[in-house]
Design a binder for this molecule. Structure first.
Ligand code: GLN
Length: 332
């Protein structure tokens, strides 16, 4: 369908439909099963959504199907931690170096004795600890409110997934104990872990992810509601970490091939930020061995090539501010 949204804009809808049709044929990968509730997911839904910084939303397929945000939440909680206690204090607790290891590795950086980065579980659990320190028992409500503001609608917790992970998350508890032992996480660690399990169990759609990503692309202002949701400096730092670490031990390949800051989750979602231009959200539950959605990765690769979205592509115009600055300088 060339004009899926019925808004008369044929170009992007046609491209989305073509990519969706092509990628839908790929049934590779497996639904995550280490969280029992996730193993019950229907593997078949597949949606791609794009929101522009001007607030236009385009989509194809299952863009309104709910799934849990999982690790994609890590980008937003990191942004909140930067705002809450400042960059220097956050850096004392969590690094910004890619680990090159799986997202759930039970490890820390032996040089700094801190988690490698906030996009892997060890770093995200530490970030949850920071948010608990700042907000106490209200921390989850703060996270939910902020993610809802970015999505432009009231998001809710998927209780079943939350209970399932809280009951079985032994690996994350092992990470928590390790962090306490090196002094990266304060005792008691249970509140930080509980916040982490809850933030991962927030229910979203591909359309939500696209709009939340567009809020980041739009320097923290939600493009549809116009509300200021995130601080501009925190958004910059968050994008940098998404670019280098957001796809776990696939981050290097992703930066090379797709070239946009992104964050995936084992619920099957991927969100990508095209700075100052677009937010992209995909949903398809079958994952590759690194925990990234198979169809999501393929969709992003094709979209990036088709629309010229790679950060270092000739076709990517970059920041309008820089353009205008140089244009001004040229005139004087
Ligand atoms: N809640 C999941 C976990 O901690 C999130 C992991 C992910 O999405 N990569 O294992």
């Amino acid at each position: 369908m060339a004009d899926a949204d019925g808004d008369g804009e044929f170009g992007v809808d046609r491209i989305l439909a073509d990519i969706h049709g092509l990628v839908a044929q790929n049934t590779g990968g497996e639904v995550a099963d280490y969280i029992p509730e996730l193993s019950k997911m229907d593997p078949t839904p597949f949606g791609i959504a794009v929101t522009t910084v001007g607030g236009a939303v385009h989509g194809i397929g299952d863009t309104q199907a709910p799934f849990t945000i999982q690790s994609t939440s890590k980008a937003f909680t990191y942004c909140m931690a930067l705002e809450a206690i400042g960059r220097a204090k956050v850096l004392e607790r969590v690094g910004v170096e890619p680990s090159g290891d799986p997202f759930n590795a039970i490890e820390f950086d032996p040089v700094t004795r801190r988690p490698y980065n906030p996009m892997v579980n060890a770093g995200a659990i530490t970030v949850a600890g920071i948010l608990r320190d700042v907000h106490g028992d209200a921390a989850f409500d703060e996270v939910l409110a902020r993610l809802s503001a970015a999505a432009g609608r009231r998001l809710v917790l998927d209780e079943a997934v939350y209970r399932s992970e809280a009951a079985t998350g032994h690996r994350n508890r092992a990470i928590g104990h390790l962090l306490v032992s090196v002094g990266a996480l304060a005792e008691p660690m249970e509140p930080a872990l509980d916040l982490y399990f809850r933030q991962c169990s927030i229910s979203v759609t591909a359309r939500d992810l696209a709009t939340m990503a567009a809020t980041i692309a739009n320097m923290g202002d939600q493009p549809v509601t116009g509300r200021e949701v995130f601080d501009i400096a925190a958004v910059r730092d968050t994008q940098a970490v998404m670019f280098t670490c957001g796809m776990y031990d696939y981050s290097g390949n992703w930066a090379y091939d797709v070239g946009v800051p992104a964050k995936s989750g084992v619920g099957g979602g991927i969100m990508g930020v095209v700075n100052r231009q677009l937010g992209i959200g995909t949903f398809s539950p079958r994952l590759d061995r690194k925990g990234n959605s198979v169809r999501g990765v393929e969709s992003f690769r094709l979209l990036s090539a088709e629309l010229g979205l790679h950060a270092f592509d000739l076709t990517n115009p970059g920041s309008a501010f820089v353009d205008s600055f140089f244009a001004g300088a040229g005139r004087s």
